[in-house]
Design a binder for this molecule. Structure first.
Ligand SMILES: Cc1cc2nc3c(=O)[nH]c(=O)nc-3n(C[C@H](O)[C@H](O)[C@H](O)COP(=O)(O)OP(=O)(O)OC[C@H]3O[C@@H](n4cnc5c(N)ncnc54)[C@H](O)[C@@H]3O)c2cc1C
Length: 382
């Protein structure tokens, strides 16, 4: 395992840091309060190539390797988890899945539009009655006159309020199948969802499908491949993005905690000199370092197309999302009342971190995956 960044990866990291410092960090708290990221930011992300970071240049993407993509998610996630959410659902869950399983026609039709950010994509799996149990979805497809007619409701769909294309999983006589459904398909309606705890600017919604007809050419993969191939690929991609985004949240909390501990004085000295504050910083830094290694390891294996990259990505997501919660909670504590107030970013990181333990398979689902894999083949995970 080589965890050192190459010169090209280091240069990309510097580029991401500059973008985040100028375009994102100063505005992220406002986006959170407004409950939306602006179109101008999406245009800048598209122009920078960050909405098609891993898509090959032949389709208009930037053709980045997975380690670099991890760095992008980490740096964006360090400033704004809602913006990282856009990258997760648009690029990891949808565009990368089209790249892996799409027909040549689907790739040519959608990837240039998605990579440039001219069109946005969202991922429609969860439903009011089906979350972790993906087999339990009830959105249905039915073949009629050579078309597929979709009926059902998808819930909690990130950026569905503004997405142009939806990857929809549906049940039917040939098993769960995934469809590419453009927003303007008659019978498709998006109902905005408000009041979410974290990633508040990620424009969540419900997708209502009422007799929505799409041609057979819009099937992604094959009939019956919905869960095993398509959804599993998408969630594996998404977990990597969420793992690195979680790392970004924790780094932001750690960096802010160190800075605050130097400037905040109590009992006649900066709080950094209190032993219990030193303990907090030690624990945070150890956790952040461990998650960094797990994320880099997952990226490195993904670049090698190693079969173990799936479970190592799961491990990285499990650890990094839980770690982000622990570190964010300590950061709130260390900042005292300031950590509880919305004039400062720490409370946002604390709320955003919780979401990371629920999306792309909850902590409990990762525990099942990791335990089952370890019991079957411990040597391949260690
Ligand atoms: C901010 C946000 C954005 C989201 N964006 C999207 C999106 O873009 N697209 C999309 O399709 N979905 C999205 N989701 C939905 C998300 O994928 C689901 O919330 C997640 O899969 C969990 O499902 P659930 O909420 O129905 O919880 P449930 O599955 O009902 O689980 C409830 C609790 O039971 C636990 N549990 C469930 N099954 C088991 C089990 N077998 N063993 C042990 N414990 C179990 C869970 O871990 C959880 O703690 C989003 C959710 C949030 C919060």
């Amino acid at each position: 395992m080589n965890l050192e960044l190459t010169t090209a990866q280091q240069a990309l990291k510097e580029e991401f840091i500059t973008f985040v410092r100028t375009e994102l960090e100063p505005y992220a708290n406002d986006y959170d309060k407004q409950g939306a990221i602006p179109r101008s930011l999406i245009e800048k992300l598209g122009a920078a190539g960050y909405l098609g970071a891993t898509i090959p240049t032949a389709y208009g993407g930037r053709g980045m390797d997975q380690v670099s993509y991890g760095l992008l998610n980490e740096e964006i996630g360090r400033a704004c988890s809602s913006t990282r959410s856009l990258i997760t659902v648009h690029s990891s869950l949808t565009a990368e899945t089209i790249l892996r399983w799409g027909s040549q026609e689907q790739k040519e039709q959608w990837l240039p539009l998605l990579a440039s950010g001219q069109q946005l994509a969202a991922f429609g799996l969860s439903e009011p009655g089906a979350g972790s149990d993906t087999n339990g979805i009830t959105t249905a497809y039915e073949e009629k006159d050579g078309q597929y007619v979709l009926t059902g409701v998808k819930k909690w769909i990130t950026f569905s309020q503004i997405a142009n294309l939806f990857l929809i999983a549906a049940q039917g006589d040939k098993g769960i199948t995934t469809f590419l459904v453009p927003r303007d398909t008659p019978g498709l309606r998006v109902v905005p969802l408000e009041g979410i705890l974290g990633t508040r600017a990620s424009l969540l919604g419900e997708i209502h499908l009422e007799q929505c007809a799409v041609p057979a050419a819009n099937i992604l993969g094959r009939m019956g491949w919905g869960l095993q191939q398509i959804v599993n690929t998408a969630l594996d991609n998404g977990r990597y993005s969420v793992a690195c985004g979680s790392l970004g949240i924790a780094r932001a909390c750690l960096e802010s905690s160190i800075q605050y501990s130097k400037q905040r004085h109590q009992s006649g000295r900066p709080i950094k000199e209190h032993q219990l504050i030193k303990q907090k910083i030690t624990n945070m830094v150890t956790e952040v370092k461990a998650a960094t290694l797990l994320c880099r390891n997952a990226g490195w294996l993904r670049d090698k197309k190693d079969p173990d990259s799936f479970i190592q990505t799961t491990l990285a997501k499990y650890h990094a999302s839980r770690m982000a919660n622990a570190v964010a909670a300590e950061a709130v504590q260390l900042h005292g009342a300031l950590g509880c107030h919305d004039s400062f970013s720490i409370q946002r990181y604390f709320r955003d971190a919780k979401v990371m333990e629920i999306i792309e398979g909850s902590t409990e689902i990762q525990q099942i995956l990791i335990a089952d894999h370890s019991i079957a083949s411990l040597s391949s995970i260690l």
